[in-house]
Design a protein around this ligand. Structure first.
Ligand code: NMX
Ligand code: MLT
Length: 466
């Protein structure tokens, strides 16, 4: 079968023709109105961004090229090492292929793509040096954005642009940069984890590497391995059995495949798209996305939820391992709301029902007795999803009282031994590359212009409103 780039090349003419046709025939037509409320209220609901690979329905949740999460789990290829295994999970690289081309890759194509990513995974020495020079007190997300933007040193697009290239050729260089960037994310994530949290243990064991690259393995396996989280890693700090190791790798696969794309308007995707429209290369563009993901109302909620759950557990049951009564949880939630804080992991700018991505993460835990029956933190997450919607509805402010994507994921990583709360959003940052960077390639294929909306002052808003 063809590789990803050749597959993409074969579908460009048709997609380009469809795009140009709509642009030509409908450019003067309207697709909605803009209210003053929208202009002053975070542009909510304004249909003003073009995005091909996914659409978010407020009630149903995300669809990737019109397919639900369950459907994707059915038809997207899984790890070659686990073919036929019922518990295996579709690969993020299958998802990327599908997002970019709208086509389902064969097992063979995905195997080759995983291999290509592993072959390009190594970080250049200067990037490692930059990461090594950062204080371990610097937030992991800041470290991640620094590492990603530093890689622009090697941007093929930036170099070619400097020399002078035709606009029609931009996308090929952007494509190559995107693949290189995605390939290097596992090593970036691992290095940050090692430098920030594991230098002491490495020193005490007289070794310099937490985990290593496995060229025969998929992208998520390598994220897990760079974190020192597979049973094969030399330290195996968590004393993982083969099953635990397999489960953790599957958690990373599920998490990364699910968190990749959430249409275009979320902060990280929108930021990547906007910065890319200035023809900043993919490294600079995605580093802007990472900066947005680092905000507590967006991706950082993953960290806030774990802090929230562990503190609540501590306050309500101390060292105990049984859930408190629902009344006690309700009372605790009210104390948070009455002090003017938000319940992290709840609410959404678009969704009006529980996030199907949350459900998928919850089901991952529920399917494993060691989590569902023995992990009190997970049980808190599950219980909260039943109790908090009622409290938030009574509170009456949030338009969506249901759990969002960040509500359950962090606690699953916590279960497997990643307990450093500030770190969780870095794994989100690996995953989120898939959606915005696939669209960035299309932005350049289709020749989208620099983004430059009109801004207006309050007097003009009042004058124009009718
Ligand atoms: N707890 C308490 N109050 C809330 C919550 C919540 N979880 N969610 C929304 N509200 C409040 C919100 O602060 C606002 O109050 P005010 O009028 O005083 O400013 C009011 O409800 C209306 O907000 P919405 O229109 O429902 O929500 P909006 O679209 O502005 O914001 C979020 C969406 C996701 C930023 C918001 O629900 C929130 O802050 N949630 C908690 C943080 C979180 O979980 N973020 C993760 C989102 C997923 N992700 O990864 O990006
Ligand atoms: C996301 O995945 O980006 C979040 O659910 C936030 C959003 O869609 O606005």
């Amino acid at each position: 079968g063809k590789d990803l780039k050749s597959t993409l090349i074969s579908i460009i003419p048709e997609r380009k023709e469809a795009f140009l046709k709509v642009k030509k025939e409908y450019s003067d037509k309207t697709i909605g109105e803009l209210t003053v409320g929208q202009c002053l209220g975070g542009m909510r609901g304004t249909k003003s961004l073009y995005w091909e690979s996914s659409v978010l329905d407020p009630n149903e949740g995300i669809r990737f090229h019109n397919k639900t999460i369950d459907e994707c789990q059915e038809f997207l290829p899984k790890s070659k090492h686990e073919i036929g295994d019922k518990l295996s999970i579709f690969l993020p690289e299958s998802m990327f292929w599908y997002l970019l081309t709208g086509q389902v890759p064969t097992q063979e194509q995905v195997n080759a793509f995983s291999k290509e990513l592993a072959e390009k995974a190594e970080l250049p020495a200067y990037c490692e040096k930059i990461l090594d020079s950062l204080p371990s007190t610097l937030h992991p997300m800041t470290q991640m954005s620094i590492a990603i933007s530093a890689l622009n040193h090697d941007s093929l697009f930036a170099k070619a642009y400097e020399k002078g290239i035709a606009k029609a050729d931009y996308w090929e260089y952007v494509f190559d940069d995107v693949i290189n960037l995605i390939a290097k994310l596992p090593a970036i994530a691992g290095k940050i984890y090692q430098n920030t949290y594991k230098t002491d243990i490495l020193k005490s064991k007289n070794t310099s590497e937490l985990g290593q690259l496995n060229k025969d393995q998929d992208w998520s396996y390598n994220i897990a391995s760079f974190l020192g989280m597979t049973e094969k890693d030399s330290l195996n700090i968590n004393n993982f059995s083969t099953t635990e190791s397999k489960d953790f790798v599957n958690l990373v696969r599920l998490y990364c495949a699910l968190h990749g794309d959430h249409e275009g308007g979320n902060v990280s995707s929108h930021a990547t798209h906007l910065v890319g429209s200035a023809l900043s290369d993919p490294y600079l563009s995605y580093s802007a996305g990472i900066q947005g993901l680092a905000g507590p109302l967006h991706g950082l909620a993953a960290q806030e939820v774990v802090r929230f759950i562990t503190t609540m557990k501590e306050k309500l049951v101390g060292n105990g391992d049984k859930l408190p009564s629902d009344e006690k949880i309700v009372e605790y939630l009210w104390s948070i709301l009455n002090s003017g804080r938000v319940i992290p992991g709840y609410g959404h700018a678009v969704l009006r029902k529980p996030d199907p991505r949350f459900k998928a993460m919850l089901e991952f835990g529920l399917a494993r007795p060691s989590i569902a029956e023995n992990d009190i933190f997970f049980q808190f997450v599950h219980k909260l999803s039943q109790v908090a919607p009622g409290v938030l509805t009574e509170h009456g402010k949030t338009k969506n009282p249901y759990p969002n994507v960040d509500s359950g994921s962090g606690i699953l990583f916590y279960h497997y031994g990643i307990k450093e709360t500030l770190y969780f959003t870095v794994i989100f940052g690996c995953s989120r590359a898939l959606g915005p960077l696939n669209q960035l390639i299309w932005d350049r294929i289709l020749g989208l212009p620099i983004e430059r909306p009109k801004s207006i002052d309050l007097a003009t808003i009042a004058k124009l409103s009718k």
